[in-house]
Design a protein around this ligand. Structure first.
Ligand code: FMN
Length: 269
């Protein structure tokens, strides 16, 4: 019998092994892993365009929300037609047509050394800043700007928070703030999404009379003259609140949209 077995091919010898033998167990395990990984990677590749599309749609939904134009169940693409996406050259504070505002990806540009600058002074902890920023405008029937929506991002405690701030046409009074992406802790830092906290933002003034950024997210009760610039820090989430304070002040300050807001007000953007 051993002689007969020696004449068999390796495959026939393998087939002759009992089903619970080590080689067969390993083969089944490896085949199963390969099969599953093919299914998972195939699904990931196939779903990628849908995921990208959903990300774009979610961003549009957030812009509509911060603009106060979002209605549950409404067609987002249709509603977004009321929004005018524009590009702003952050350094000059002027509109730019260097790229297509509808398709420009500020997040990708911030990673591209040709399209971004490395920050030495970096209070929002973002490392690099895209030279062009995507902003959004709402206009009335006469073509006058009714709202300015600016993108913001910066580090909280665990993650980079991405969001928008909406301002009145004076470029000073806040009408809303909303984050659409972060990984802060639910119940703590993630309370930035709590409507009660978000409702503290409308009506606050970004700049003081001297034109300096005065808006602050901080603990404690502010003095009467500071109240119009003050948003209470989140209880139990001082570090995320500090991150929001840093990122809002960064993006509305000299390194952010301050020059653009001044130009816009002066009709020179
Ligand atoms: C598991 C865990 C998750 C936390 N997540 C956050 C967070 O997302 N944001 C934050 O500011 N603090 C978070 N903290 C709390 C901070 O460590 C710190 O205590 C807090 O920011 C201080 O805020 P307070 O001075 O208002 O208490 C977390 C703490 C723990 C233990």
């Amino acid at each position: 019998m051993p002689e007969a077995n020696e004449k068999l091919s390796p495959w026939a010898r393998f087939k002759a092994l009992p089903v619970d033998s080590t080689p067969k167990t390993i083969l089944v395990a490896v085949s199963l892993c390969l099969f599953c990984s093919m299914i998972v990677s195939g699904a990931a590749v196939m779903l990628k365009p849908i995921q990208e599309q959903n990300k774009v749609l979610d961003k549009k939904r957030n812009i509509l929300q911060v603009a106060g134009l979002f209605e549950e169940g409404a067609d987002i693409e249709e509603a977004f037609k009321a929004v005018e996406p524009r590009l702003v050259d952050v350094a000059s504070g002027k509109f730019s047509d260097a790229e297509d505002a509808a398709t420009y990806d500020q997040r990708a540009a911030a990673k591209d050394p040709a399209k971004s600058i490395a920050l030495d002074e970096d209070p929002a902890s973002i490392g690099r800043q895209a030279k062009l920023a995507s902003i959004y405008l709402l206009r009335d029937d006469a073509g006058e700007i009714t709202k300015i929506i600016l993108p913001l991002h910066g580090y909280g405690l665990w993650s980079t928070l991405y969001g928008f701030i909406a301002l009145k046409p004076d470029g000073n009074e806040v009408t809303g703030l909303q984050f659409y992406s972060h990984a802060e802790t639910p119940g703590l830092g993630a309370e930035v999404d709590n409507p009660i906290w978000r409702n503290m933002w409308p009506g606050k003034k970004v700049f003081d009379d001297a034109g300096n950024v005065a808006i602050t997210v901080a603990k404690g009760i502010p003095s009467a003259d500071k109240a119009q610039h003050h948003i209470d820090a989140l209880a139990g989430a001082t570090l995320t609140s500090r991150g929001v304070d840093n990122l809002v002040r960064f993006w509305l300050g000299e390194q952010g949209f301050k020059r653009f807001l001044e130009n816009l007000k002066a009709g020179a953007a």
